[in-house]
Design a protein around this ligand. Structure first.
Ligand SMILES: Cc1cc2nc3c(=O)[nH]c(=O)nc-3n(C[C@H](O)[C@H](O)[C@H](O)COP(=O)(O)OP(=O)(O)OC[C@H]3O[C@@H](n4cnc5c(N)ncnc54)[C@H](O)[C@@H]3O)c2cc1C
Ligand code: FES
Length: 319
């Protein structure tokens, strides 16, 4: 599909108007928001890659009724939403005139709480797609997706793109959360499907096995997903040069993932999150400390423009 260019030669990033077509609750604090775009916006979002994101304006979205506000958010719920909020995409579907983008989100504060009241036909302003997504090299035979909690969104999108564009690659997903309730998926498959390794529909629909870990052991491996992943690597034969790891989740998880990858010489890309004020490279609030290729010096890169996806080897983690 051709892309729309502004006079400066840059891809048009809006602001665009999105129309809400669905907003489904899939867990206590998890929702999937579906937005439809037409015209120039449809073209811009049809070209979006997994790991890219958009800035949503939720300032005029209403609060839920008081009984639907979680206790831990009662104090902050009424705060004004001055800044747009960044969200990545868990799915993109292109039809002839329309592009639909789905966002998997967790209710954590005033803006995401307001998002829950969006319903069919509501209009919101959105800037995007922004940043650089995952780069998919042609020389890999195996892609390992490692997910912590709400990091599931962009890796669901990546799973779809890998299946469509690199169908020869074997893909396995590792998903972790504090407990079974904190897994942002729509439910587990039946016992037969699970015995074959297909745990979650979101990956099974692409023929991808998903292996589960929870910190409290309420589902799957008891312990961090990186521990489960490292044990799996230890008992699985593969050529590391032909393997790539893609990660999205909390920073401690990504740091551990990069350690595991580096020790084995496996390529690894990590989807970083930073607090973002502008999302377009102006405010400098989203700096990520990075190593340079050929010296011990470090530089600061911008998560919104240079990322949010980085080569794992370059990131100096903030732990
Ligand atoms: C590139 C990018 C992509 C994202 N994609 C998704 C997504 O697909 N789904 C989703 O649910 N969330 C995603 N997020 C996080 C989302 O932007 C925040 O949860 C959002 O700002 C929440 O707004 P709020 O007003 O509800 O809560 P806030 O009051 O803004 O935040 C609630 C709490 O979360 C912390 N927090 C907020 N944003 C971040 C951040 N970026 N890094 C670390 N801590 C943070 C705050 O410190 C605060 O303690 C993404 C963030 C980035 C940077
Ligand atoms: S969020 Fe403003 S520079 Fe990155």
């Amino acid at each position: 599909m051709s892309r729309e260019f502004t006079k400066t030669g840059k891809t048009n990033k809006g602001p665009f108007e999105a129309s809400v077509s669905a907003n489904r609750q899939i867990g206590q604090l998890f929702y999937r928001l579906k937005l439809d775009f037409c015209d120039t916006a449809a073209e811009a979002f049809a070209a979006a890659r997994p790991g890219q994101f958009a800035q949503l304006d939720l300032s005029r979205t209403i609060l839920p009724v008081p009984e639907d506000i979680p206790d831990n958010l009662r104090d902050v719920a009424r705060r004004n939403i001055v800044l747009r909020r960044p969200f990545s995409f868990c799915d993109i579907v292109c039809e002839s005139e329309k592009t639909s983008v789905e966002i998997l989100y967790k209710v954590v504060g005033p803006a995401s709480l307001r998002m829950t009241t969006l319903s069919g036909g509501d209009l919101i302003s959105i800037i995007g797609p922004l940043g650089n997504g995952f780069r998919i090299p042609d020389n890999k035979k195996r892609a390992l997706l490692v997910i912590g909690g709400i990091g599931a969104g962009p890796l669901q999108h990546l799973a779809k793109v890998l299946t469509e564009e690199h169908s020869e690659e074997e893909v396995v997903a590792f998903v972790g959360a504090r407990s079974a309730k904190e897994l942002p998926f729509e439910g587990r498959l039946d016992d037969i499907a699970q015995s074959l390794g297909f745990s979650f529909r979101e990956f099974a629909k692409y023929g991808i096995n998903s292996i589960v870990a929870t910190d409290d052991g309420s589902l799957g491996h008891k312990g961090p997903v990186t521990e489960c992943f490292e044990q799996w690597l230890g008992r699985t034969r593969m050529v590391y040069e032909e393997t790539i790891i893609y990660g999205c989740g909390p920073e401690e998880m990504l740091a551990e993932l990069v350690r595991i990858a580096s020790e084995r010489g496996i390529d690894c890309q990590v989807n970083m999150e930073r607090m973002m004020a502008c999302g377009i490279g102006i405010c400098q609030s989203c700096a990520v400390k990075c190593r340079t290729d050929d010296s011990n010096e470090t530089v600061y890169k911008l998560c919104c423009e240079d990322g949010p996806v980085f080569d794992g080897r370059e990131v100096v983690f903030n732990l």
